[in-house]
Design a protein around this ligand. Structure first.
Ligand code: XMP
Length: 516
């Protein structure tokens, strides 16, 4: 794919590296994250117009700390170093000095601009700026040619620059939302210092992917596993637009889906696109294999293995298929702590990787550069309806990992009905769109209740609603108590088999989003 202007972000392992990439793209400039070990020759091939050095957890002073190919400084590119990136510039360039400090500074600080610079154009000059810090080391003296641009109460050199070489550096994190005017600082770097032109947008992405897919696939055939979620639906629609009937979608109903999900998506696609869609009804097979199984990993393995078998059996019936399309997203591809090497680590349970080995298919992954919210923007661009665009993520093993203990048709039915109420009540307010994911979990625990004059002894259901950016970390959503009350009342009154509802108030880490 070609983009007019690309920014390369060299990753030193910061938890915020992906945020930098997002901010740059939000500014309309295409960006890619590469490991800090990327050799200068590879960078030359990528032909970026600017470099950003990310933060990272290491200390530049420690032996073996991640560093840079020094040849990078000969590329004559504008560079922005952030946190560890700034310390590294001071450490590597002549005259600079970094000192370590026993206290790590983490959180808010106040930054004062000390010298005018295009990096700070438009920032208020009559007061300090709230910025977000996260560091142990700090720059004691900037390298030759650099001047100090600003400070905080604890850090004298909190920003520095060598304008002649277009190298700028910040001790704080402009990419995080807590930094006031952080986006403006990044904009200044991209447009005023590096002189880039914004050209990246979702419609340019869709157009360039369309061309790339046509070229990659030619007149050959592609098989795509459709799950009903937004990612695989977007992949299917993009491919359908690019290659039409050369696309074959397989939708495996494993009997573990939410109420009517899957069918809704399949019906929508059938109605709106002239798609080759194979709907495999395999609920009985999955449920018979899951009978008596209570161990979470065992459930996951059975479901994963069976999915592959069913999918492969169907895919093999299609003559001449050479490609497998997947909705792999950027967070699946990149591992943030990647300075030790290439970062193509894919979480095994998050995709259908290793699928038809025997079939020797090449992968087609048109979304592998995108974050979830960007996929939603592509879905808007493709004209998909809201019910697909805003669908919450749903795990491959489905409701099986939300039924703690044995998965039986009866327990599936109970959970489905409870889950439907959680979905409906979130959708009735605007909370469905605000949160990352919300769902019900069925516990293997019975408690006593009273219904009318009768004593009941039924199951407990947990409600889990979380906020997240990429599912790597999450916090429980502060859903208004009135909505929670309605969810609870409705579940207890309408779902036979549940007489108590509890709310999960755990963050990730240390808990996970799913219960199994
Ligand atoms: P956890 O439970 O690991 O979940 O905090 C993180 C996100 O991933 C989803 N998830 C899965 N998605 N296959 C998937 O496609 C899976 O096996 C799987 N397990 C968890 C989960 O719903 C959450 O969004």
């Amino acid at each position: 794919m070609t983009h007019s202007d690309t920014v390369v972000i060299l990753d030193f392992g910061s938890q915020f590296t992906q945020l930098i990439a997002r901010r740059v793209r939000e500014a309309g400039v295409y960006s890619e994250i590469h490991p800090c070990t990327t050799p200068v020759d590879k960078l030359r091939e990528l032909a970026p117009r600017a470099l950003i050095l990310s933060g990272g957890p290491s200390s530049v002073i420690e032996p073996g700390a991640p560093t840079l190919d020094m040849g990078i400084f000969d590329l004559d590119l504008p560079i922005l170093g952030i946190c560890y990136g700034m310390q590294l510039l001071s450490h590597l360039l002549p005259g600079g000095r970094v000192v370590s400090s026993t206290d790590r500074e983490y959180g808010r600080s106040e930054f004062t601009v000390a010298a005018a610079s295009p990096l700070f154009d438009g920032l208020p000059t009559d007061r300090g700026l709230t910025v977000w810090m996260s560091h142990g080391d700090r720059v004691k003296s900037p390298p030759e040619g650099f001047s100090v641009l600003g400070s905080t109460p604890t850090v004298d050199v909190a920003a520095m620059a060598d304008p002649a070489r277009r190298i700028y550096a910040l001790q704080f994190h402009p990419e995080v939302a807590h930094t006031e005017d952080g986006s403006l600082i990044l904009h200044n770097f991209l447009f005023k210092i590096a002189g880039l032109t914004p050209g990246w947008s979702m419609s340019s992405f869709v157009a360039s992917q369309d061309a790339a897919l046509r070229e990659q696939i030619g007149d050959r055939h592609v098989v795509c596993a459709l799950s009903g979620g937004v990612d695989s639906t977007v992949v299917a629609v993009m491919l359908h637009k690019a290659i039409g009937k050369q696309l074959h979608c397989i939708f495996v109903d494993n009997g573990l889906l939410r109420l009517n999900e899957g069918e809704e998506v399949a019906a929508y696609l059938r109605e709106h696109f002239d798609l080759n869609l194979i709907h495999v009804k395999a609920a009985d097979l999955f449920l018979s294999l899951l009978a008596g199984v209570t161990d979470p990993e065992e459930k996951r393995k059975i479901i994963g293995r069976t999915f592959i078998e069913v999918f492969e059996r169907e895919a093999k019936k299609l003559p001449g298929v050479e490609f497998l399309a997947q909705g792999t997203l950027y967070p699946d591809v990149i591992e943030s702590v990647s300075f030790r090497g290439p970062s193509a680590v894919i979480k095994s349970h998050h995709n259908v990787g290793g699928l038809p080995d025997i079939m020797k298919l090449s992968l087609v992954e048109p979304l592998r550069e995108l974050f979830k919210d960007e996929v939603r923007k592509v879905a808007v661009e493709l004209g998909l309806p809201d019910f697909i665009i805003w669908r919450h993520p749903f795990p491959g093993p489905g409701l099986a990992i939300r039924i703690i203990g044995e998965v039986t048709p009866k327990r599936l039915d109970i959970l489905r009905r409870a889950d439907k109420i959680v979905q409906a009540e979130l959708q009735a307010s605007d909370w469905y769109r605000k949160v990352w994911q919300g769902f019900a979990v069925l516990l293997p625990l019975k408690t006593v209740g009273v219904m009318g004059d009768d004593r009941t002894y039924e199951s407990v259901c947990a409600v889990r609603v979380v906020d997240s950016i990429d599912a790597m970390t999450a916090d429980w959503s502060r859903v208004p108590t009135e909505i929670l009350a309605t969810i609870s009342n409705r579940i207890i009154n309408e779902v036979k088999g549940i007489n108590r509802v509890v709310l999960d108030i755990s963050s990730k880490p240390p808990s996970t989003i799913e219960w199994e």
